[in-house]
Design a protein around this ligand. Structure first.
Ligand code: CO8
Length: 260
């Protein structure tokens, strides 16, 4: 465990629960991403950890996605460093040998949705106030190819095309309907349902399951792994454009107004 992550590792079951507790909304800043990556690395290396459940300790929110302030008014160098950390988190989660389950106990836009769809299985709280999706276009930005491919691998080409073009955020029932989440449960049962599902997944012969997971995800992972530097350059060039900075500013103002 570290400042913004609480990790409960049950040595008898081999399951770790990672609680995100970065107030107010678990937005993924460079620091928080770095913390997450260090924790994932440790768990991955630990032979006593075979399953990982990711959940939130913050009320109403799983994760608000990438920290918008990391993309606004920052130097190209800093933006590059930030993006490298986003890549790293995705590579670690999508390529994990552990069984990973997202226990989505709150809203999960953009980068929060990305985290969720890197997991093997998603259980969401059945609360219509929560939503999940890749809403990047609503911020005037474009989800990169590896976000898009993770989504295609989850909900198929047509659902991805509609949801990314329109920047849709889905209520839990709609998310279940397109297969963006696998199961809905009452809010107070998200973690227990995740634990139950984990038991089933861990009963499968481990080596066969791991090789199968890797076979399903390999081509997507390789595409980023062999293009990391170019992907960073793309991001930096795009995000530092004056027009994009303006879009982000307007989106942040909209968030503030919604609050007032
Ligand atoms: N980054 C930074 N700050 C945030 C973020 C965020 N993603 N989300 C919320 N905050 C801030 C709010 O501005 C607010 O700040 P303050 O208290 O100073 O006013 C505080 O967190 C609390 O937020 P809310 O009052 O809105 O809290 P609610 O509980 O009412 O709502 C939500 C929570 C639903 C999460 C809501 O805050 C929300 O919708 N946030 C925006 C989510 C979003 O659209 N994120 C997208 C981020 S972009 C991304 O993840 C992928 C980018 C891919 C890059 C593309 C390449 C170019």
């Amino acid at each position: 465990s570290s400042a913004n992550l609480k990790v409960d590792h049950d040595q008898t079951t081999g399951v770790a629960v990672m609680h995100m507790q970065s107030p107010p909304v678990n937005s993924l800043s460079l620091d928080f991403l770095t913390e997450i990556c260090i924790t994932l690395e440790k768990l991955e290396m630990d032979k006593g950890c075979r399953g990982l459940i990711i959940t939130s300790s913050q009320p109403k929110v799983f994760s608000a996605g990438l920290d918008i302030l990391e993309m606004y008014g920052k130097s190209p160098e800093r933006c590059g460093e930030f993006w490298k950390a986003v890549q790293e988190m995705w590579l670690k989660l999508y390529g994990s040998n552990m069984v990973t389950i997202a226990a989505i106990n709150g809203s999960s836009p953009a980068g929060g949705c990305l985290m969720s769809i890197t997991c093997d299985y998603r259980i969401m709280a059945d609360n219509p106030r929560y939503s999940i999706g890749l809403n990047e276009t609503m911020l005037g930005i474009v989800a990169p190819f590896w976000f898009k491919e993770t989504m295609v691998n989850t909900v198929g080409h047509r659902n991805t095309e509609i949801s990314l073009e329109l920047g849709l955020l889905y209520k839990p029932a709609e998310a279940l309907n397109i297969g963006l989440v696998d199961q809905l449960v009452p809010e107070d049962q998200v973690l227990s349902a995740a634990t139950q599902t984990m038991t089933k997944w861990l009963a499968i012969p481990e080596h066969a399951r791991q090789i199968t997971k890797s076979m399903m995800r390999k081509s997507t992972i390789e595409k980023l792994r062999s293009n990391r530097e170019a992907d960073i350059q793309n991001f930096v060039n795009f995000i530092t454009k004056e027009s994009i900075q303006k879009s982000l500013r307007m989106y942040m103002e909209m968030l503030k107004q919604k609050k007032a």
